[in-house]
Design a protein around this ligand. Sequence first.
Ligand code: ZN
Length: 238
Amino acid sequence: MDNVKVNALMLRATDYLDNDKILTLLTAERGKITAGIKGVKKAGAKLKFAAQPFCFAEYILAERGGRYTVTQASECESFYELRTDVNKFYAACAVCETAIALTYEGDESGALFSDCVRALSEMCSGDEGFALVKFLLSALRGAGYGVSLNHCPQCGANLADAEKLRFNLDTGTFLCWDCGAGAGASGSTFKTLCAADGKAEGEATDDGKKRALKLLKEYLIYKTDARCLSLSEYIKLI
Ligand SMILES: [Zn+2]
């Protein structure tokens, strides 16, 4: 039996037997892994915190035959604020479910790990909706599904001033209304995405954040097998 030390974010905990849980952890070192944790449903269990949503900790895992069991953990950050506000809670759950959907067990995912920790930290202290838009853009780009926020690829027009645009789900590209076909998108969606991407012409509005999240959800579902249940719930709340 080997001991492995990882920095990890607790993405999902599922009940197992009477007192145990199975955790899905996103680690900086080994990508997404599954690990059992014993006795955490008992009152006063020492490692209870390590099975809480959004726990960011250094986990010590015992590895045997490719299976992991958590034996120790020391918390780096609990992101406690995310559990005290229902909007922040669902936004943070949307980060975790997206990370699960975009990763395969054992694949390297250090960039996604950093994106997740940054997003949860921004959600604690600020606007969780804008942090979620930023996170989804970055996570999609990392997974090879970048959203292009440039000029119209057909005619070269500057899209920052357009009121109505089109979004091509196949290519992840915005176009002028008259140049493209398919789903429409608003100017406020485009400007909010630009702001989240750090572009000077960007401007985030409440309406734009909601629309941008709806568009990113549709795109995620189109490109991956994500179900986006928490993201849907968050969009309903705002
Ligand atoms: Zn055009």
